[in-house]
Design a protein around this ligand. Structure first.
Ligand code: AMP
Ligand code: ZN
Length: 476
């Protein structure tokens, strides 16, 4: 089965064909570090992580770049107010960002370029665009001449009116005066030597525009043509439209083969955004008792990445319960796989159910990362598996097969195993397995075996007691 993905450029779901067979070059617009990233931002990064994990699970080698925008107007204003350098001001937000990526199980990109470290490449790109007539200098700034790029607007699918309206909403009047046309956008913004954020260039002191930063870093690290470029839908216009214009004007090559855009996380009907003051961070949610695993699972698993997701905190409780069911089933299978359960052989109905779930999961994921549908297959397996185990109709083979299907799905979900083994961080994996085996034995009414395992645990220094609320343990 080929991998099919929606491409915002063609507005169709099509088969992914990487430029170099077996390898995918992927660029992700990263955070602007003037504040903590919120869970709206992380919805985008989680969907992009899901994409990368799926490509890797299907055998592709992914090289991913995620930039850090560590210079922009807000950063400059805030750092100035605090009398800090850019680096001093942004350092804690960058650190917090990496902490949250880790908590959410987002795989680190291969490169995390910081805009301030690529100014040389940005200046070179501007020079090239000026030399070829795609850009012009005006009052110390440099602007891209949109008229010089006939394909402008192809990604955002906006007409001339929409493009102008969008552009004029984002510039201030002095910029308006300096530009030849309202649609033109700044590549290089005039500055003064000694400014908090100013670099020397052939056009005088100044700093790069945001759109230019991504083009320069993407092409510097991944080449002129990239397989997949990701971002939230709000990045489509003008940011990505401008990236295309600059990059293709400079290289004459198609910049990006597939544009992957993630829909917004909404709160009370509006986009969760720093500027709206309606945002929530992962730390806040953790302080309120939610686990990062439940946040990951909820933001990924309940709604397709191309649909808006209305965030309600109470939904995290449901997500946590659903994850718990998966984790419990994982532990049940881990305790019983290939072990003492009467092996039902190749006709084990649980093995057949596991294969069905695996096929269903993969087919849904190949179909534009339809994780909500893929989860349906997994939940079917849990329901059927628990029933078969309760009825004593599943064997060690079936449990092994079910565990394998869960493991394969979890190479993308990255929550089940962590939830299954982290139930008690004070126990080693072996001790947890022993407790799970004992639970299984008790469930089956095999009390002599349960007692045997209890004695073994006692030898390891763990006292196990069965109470009305369930099994409890403590160390001697
Ligand atoms: P920023 O730090 O504002 O540049 O945003 C970083 C990433 O988060 C970009 O890809 C944005 O498109 C994305 N993003 C921002 N707000 C949301 C939201 N409410 N839902 C989903 N993605 C978002
Ligand atoms: Zn970008």
């Amino acid at each position: 089965m080929p991998i099919r993905l929606y491409n915002s450029l063609t507005q169709e779901v099509g088969v992914l064909h990487p430029l170099h067979p077996g390898r995918v070059h992927m660029y992700t617009c990263g955070p602007t570090v003037h504040d903590r990233a919120h869970i709206g931002n992380f919805r985008a990064y989680l969907a992009e992580d899901l994409l990368r994990r799926h490509l890797e699970a299907r055998g592709l080698k992914v090289e991913q770049v995620m930039n850090i925008t560590d210079v922009d107007d807000k950063i400059i204003a805030k750092a100035t107010a605090r009398r800090q350098t850019l680096a001093e001001f942004t350092a804690p937000f960058i650190e917090a960002f990496f902490t949250d990526l880790k908590r959410l199980g987002i795989q680190p990109a291969n490169h995390f370029p910081r805009a301030t470290e690529y100014v040389g490449a940005m200046v070179a790109l501007v020079e090239q665009l000026v030399a070829t007539g795609h850009a012009y200098e005006s009052e110390g700034s440099v602007y891209f001449r949109v008229e010089s790029f006939p394909n402008y607007g192809r990604l955002s699918h906006l007409d001339a009116k929409g493009l102008s309206a969008g552009a004029s909403g984002r510039i201030d009047s002095d910029e308006y005066e300096a530009k030849e046309a309202v649609r033109d956008f700044a590549l290089w913004k005039r500055g003064t030597e000694g400014d908090l954020a100013a670099w020397p260039s052939p056009f005088g002191w100044g700093r790069p525009g945001w759109h230019l930063e991504c083009s320069a870093m993407a092409m510097e690290l991944l080449g002129a043509s990239i397989d997949i470029h990701c971002g939230g839908v709000d990045n489509k216009f003008p940011h990505h439209e401008n990236e295309i214009a600059q990059s293709e004007s400079a290289t004459g090559k198609p910049f990006v083969r597939l544009w992957f855009h993630v829909e917004h996380l909404l709160v009370e009907g509006g986009k969760m955004a720093k500027s709206q003051g309606n945002f929530m961070t992962l730390t806040t949610l953790m302080e309120r008792g939610h686990s990062p695993l439940a946040v990951r699972y909820h933001l990924l698993g309940n709604t397709h990445y191309r649909q808006k997701l209305h965030f309600r905190e109470e939904d995290l409780v449901g997500a946590s319960e659903s994850l718990d069911r998966l984790a419990t089933f994982w532990r049940r299978c881990a305790a019983a796989q290939g072990g003492d359960l009467k092996t039902a052989g190749s006709g084990d109905p649980l093995a057949a159910a596991a294969q069905r779930a695996r096929d269903g999961f993969e087919a849904a994921m190949d179909d534009d990362l339809n994780l909500p549908r893929a989860m349906g297959s997994l939940h079917d397996l849990v329901r059927e598996g628990n029933r078969l185990l309760d009825e004593g109709r599943a064997g060690g083979d079936g449990c092994g097969a079910a565990l394998l299907s869960l493991r394969i799905a979890d190479s993308r979900l990255a929550v089940i195993e962590r939830a299954a083994v982290s139930e008690d961080p004070q126990l080693t994996g072996e001790e947890q397995q022993a407790l799970a085996r004992r639970e299984e034995a008790r469930r089956k009414g095999n009390f002599s075996k349960a007692d045997r395992i209890r004695d073994q645990l006692l030898e390891l220094g763990i006292v196990v007691e069965d109470t009305k609320e369930g099994t409890r343990w403590h160390r001697l």
